[in-house]
Design a binder for this molecule. Structure first.
Ligand code: P53
Length: 481
């Protein structure tokens, strides 16, 4: 298939997060993060979040694919595919093991120095997420995560240390990964990963939603302060928001469905709206007041939000969302899950994620129209089971099909719609631990890692068919699909 060439300097590459691949969870002074108390789950069974690390339970992030000790070999393979950029996160607990210390852990800082140097050796630009589902467990237990205003200081200190240390090695940053996931405020997993909130028994949906708006606000302030400080440390830094974007489709053309789709979209866009515009959007402001939530928002906070707006919009795209007003109308919308309907025109992955390549083009247009900022696709991909043949080969044509169709739509958005796009970083170029389920067998990689859900395997890396396909795509700057 022939595609369109992307602009010069387009950042082709891939994206990962520290806790999902590094392993070495207690090595060189690293403290436990919230990801370290999450057990393995499956497509049907959610991950359990335990209080402490309990004997006899499988915590897949503890060892993951041991990137901590294999990164040279892994970066070399990514360089062989022609990567221009590699997105990873800095595990907060390597730098501040408990999160509230005043002095950072030098061994943790050194690891990322070495990793970033290794990337630059091959001309790969590292792209960094500061907080990717890895809050220090101590902050979760002692402070209630981001329900505490104190978490702002802890995050900003962490951000400043990273900005100063890596100011000549990193240009592209993101503050909080998929900050909008918590719009699903009654999802225990998403609240723990986004904001370090563990709900107590007996809390109502209203309590949870109020907690979410408070935590989100403190994150907005923390992010804005980080943007301000970052620009002082290096004016060339590009610091973005990072959202899990999913364009919303009304199930039918009825006004009820369309109004519901708008309300749903407003509730989700809220997070990037605040980070891009530096103020609360009208619709969500009105909603918070009407519900009687009273988040602590000071006049000083409002100034900070205005001063610390982001430079670009980074987003993940996996699927679109279709809504139906059958169970809930726009004016009653609170639990977003109640609005979600199955789109009968789309196929689904083995984990039930709808596959909608055109949705990516729709996303690029929507975000461009709304924000007038450069966009950066920092995640996209298909989680799938792979089969290793007797000779060791892996024929992942389903993954190639998925990526090809999404890249084709992305290229149309640049070619026909004039979208200003910085790059394309598909998720998990090397197999890693799934965030949602903790599985290894939900695979995204071009590079296979021999390890299964039970944690067994040699950790040996090998190339799937998609490896050479993606290499060709990059070599041709997107023309040869
Ligand atoms: P996994 C939920 C919904 C959409 C994206 O997800 C999500 C999540 C959290 O599971 O996460 C992002 O591994 C996230 C990555 C994650 C990736 O999507 O559940 O930024 O950490 O691995 C894929 O298949």
């Amino acid at each position: 298939m022939t595609g369109y060439k992307m602009p010069k300097g387009f950042l082709w590459g891939g994206a990962v997060a520290a806790h999902q691949l590094e392993g070495a969870w207690d090595v060189d002074g690293k403290g436990p993060s919230v990801a370290d108390v999450m057990t393995v789950g499956s497509a049907e069974r959610p991950r359990e979040i335990t209080d402490t690390v309990e004997a006899g339970k499988n915590y897949p992030n503890h060892d993951a694919i041991d990137f901590y000790h294999h990164y040279k070999e892994d970066i070399k393979l990514m360089a062989e595919m022609g990567f221009k950029a590699f997105r990873t996160s800095i595990a907060w607990t390597r730098i501040f093991p408990k999160g509230d210390e005043l002095e950072p852990n030098e061994a943790g800082l050194k690891f990322y120095d070495d990793l970033f140097d290794e990337c630059h050796k091959y001309g790969i630009e590292p792209v960094v997420t500061l907080s990717h589902f890895e809050l220090p467990l101590h902050i979760v237990h002692e402070y209630g995560g981001f329900t505490s205003r104190k978490a702002i200081d802890f995050f900003v200190r962490f951000a400043q240390v990273c900005f100063k240390r890596y100011k000549n090695k990193i240009k592209y940053w993101m503050t909080f990964n998929e900050i909008d996931n918590q719009s699903s405020f009654n999802n225990d997993f998403l609240m723990a990963t986004n904001s370090g909130i563990l709900f107590k028994d007996g809390m109502t949906d209203e309590d949870k939603e109020a907690a979410m708006y408070q935590a989100a606000h403190y994150e907005f302030v923390a992010s804005a302060l980080a943007v301000k400080e970052g620009h002082k440390i290096n004016p060339n830094f590009q610091i973005g928001t990072m959202i899990n974007y999913s364009p919303v489709r009304p199930l039918t053309p009825s006004s009820d469905d369309v109004l519901l789709a708008d309300a749903f979209e407003q509730r989700r866009d809220f997070f990037s709206d605040v980070q891009v515009f530096g103020e609360y959007p009208k619709a969500v402001g009105a909603y918070i007041r009407r519900k009687g939530f009273r988040p602590d928002i000071t006049e000083e906070d409002k100034i900070v939000l205005k001063e610390g707006t982001v430079d670009y919009v980074g987003f993940s795209y996996y699927q679109s969302t279709t809504v139906s007003s059958e169970k809930v109308k726009a004016d009653e919308l609170s639990d977003l899950a109640k609005a979600v309907a199955v789109n009968p025109t789309l196929k689904r992955s083995d984990w039930g994620w709808e596959i909608d390549p055109e949705g990516l083009r729709i996303s690029l247009n929507h975000l461009t129209d709304r924000y007038h900022l450069p966009l950066f696709i920092v995640e996209n991909g298909l989680g799938a089971y792979d089969k290793v043949e007797a000779d060791g080969s892996i024929h992942d044509d389903y993954r190639i099909d998925y990526l090809r169709s999404h890249i084709a739509e992305m290229e149309k958005a640049v070619e026909f719609d004039g979208v200003d796009l910085m790059g394309y970083l598909p998720w998990g170029p090397i197999d890693l631990v799934s965030a949602g389920t903790g599985q290894m067998d939900k695979r995204y990689g071009f590079i296979y890692v021999d390890k299964n859900d039970a944690g067994e395997g040699t950790l040996k890396r090998s190339k799937k068919d998609s490896f050479n396909w993606y290499k060709k795509v990059i070599e041709s700057n997107g023309q040869d699909l």
